[in-house]
Write a protein of this length. Sequence first.
Length: 106
Amino acid sequence: MADPTIREILSELAKPDPEKLAGVTGTILFDVAGDAPTQYPLVFADGKAELQEGSPGVPDMTVSATSQDLIAIGKDELSPLHAVMRGKIKISGDMSLALHLQSMLT
């Protein structure tokens, strides 16, 4: 079976339990390094999350990682918490959004 794409992995984040999105607003920018560097804004508003492409303007939080590490997280081969602790993922900006992101990943 082929590895999931970054877009597929991040699209799953846009489908969390609506209860987890209650009151969440803001934009998380996934800044993905690798063979084809790209950016994916994940926008939270009105109890929904939408994965977009391109520049979001000024995001509330930025998650920087390689495509390989994000794929490993998507395949449950790498814990998001361990990835942050080991410096494989860098987070900057609104840490309250980071807590919401963590709840969506678990």
